[in-house]
Design a protein around this ligand. Structure first.
Ligand code: PGA
Length: 246
């Protein structure tokens, strides 16, 4: 099972942030896990020059389902691949909330991404109201079956409870383990082209160097999708080190 430490810079990063990429590369010349930074599209081409010949990969945070055309302001999967991306985050809860993205749209984007040679990182996760109502597994199951096309050759799943993103709140290790085990069993039941047992399932939501090791020790946690703590190389490095040791 490939382990993956993925950073999500969200709408952060200007030219001076490229120094963080250089620092990350210097700190992990031969990482013992896959290391990925999902950057704003504006930085991809410049970042590609900084990671060339290194083990660090770059990715994007969204793509349009079409390959090209009259879609002002959007970016297609082939454009992201052309800019040096090898992964793309899809269906992040911020996009589901801010842009009304549905499971069906996320699935369309995933096919577009895979067709362009990108690995989609498909995000699922419940709100606090849904968890409090006891609906977590129903919500996650519906998102998985609606957003993850079984015909994909390769996919990464990220479980990100909406209430844990950027809040400093983290589910208990039991709660993380329950949802990750559920996701694995759902993937196994999909009759998919991709191998369910070889699909990394990332945890995301307030992961930091101080809590990473205990999260990575949970069964079926194959890495992390990290927002705030991926912006600084020193913080992200601590998370990578914890994953290498897991
Ligand atoms: P966070 O964000 O690590 O800042 O909580 C995670 C994410 O949204 O992917």
């Amino acid at each position: 099972m490939p382990k993956l430490a993925a950073g999500n810079w969200k709408m952060n990063g200007l030219d001076d942030s490229l120094a963080e990429i250089d620092a990350l590369v210097a700190a992990h010349p031969a990482p013992g896990c896959d290391v990925l930074l999902c950057l704003p599209a504006t930085l991809l081409t410049r970042a590609a020059g900084h990671i060339a010949g290194t083990a660090v990969m770059i990715g994007a945070q969204d793509c349009h389902p079409a390959t090209s055309g009259a879609h002002t302001g959007d970016i297609s999967a082939p454009m992201l691949a052309d800019a040096g991306a090898s992964y793309v985050i899809l269906g992040h809860s911020e996009r589901r909330a801010d842009h009304g993205e549905t499971d069906a749209l996320v699935a369309e984007k995933a096919i577009a991404a895979a067709t362009a040679g990108l690995t989609p990182i498909i995000c699922v996760g419940e709100t606090l109201d849904q968890r409090d109502a006891g609906d977590t597994l129903d919500v996650v199951g519906t998102q998985l079956s609606g957003s993850v096309p079984p015909a994909l050759g390769n996919v990464v799943i990220a479980y990100e409870p909406v209430w844990a993103i950027g809040t400093g709140k983290v589910p208990t290790l039991e709660q993380i383990g329950e949802v990750h085990g559920f996701i694995r069993s759902q993937l196994q039941g999909m009759g998919a082209t991709f191998l369910a047992d070889a699909t990394p399932i990332l945890y995301g939501g307030s992961v930091k160097p101080s809590n990473a090791a205990e999260i990575f020790a949970v069964a079926d946690v194959d890495g992390a999708l990290v927002g705030g703590a991926s912006l600084k190389a020193a913080d992200f490095s601590g998370i990578i080190a914890a994953l290498e040791a897991a």
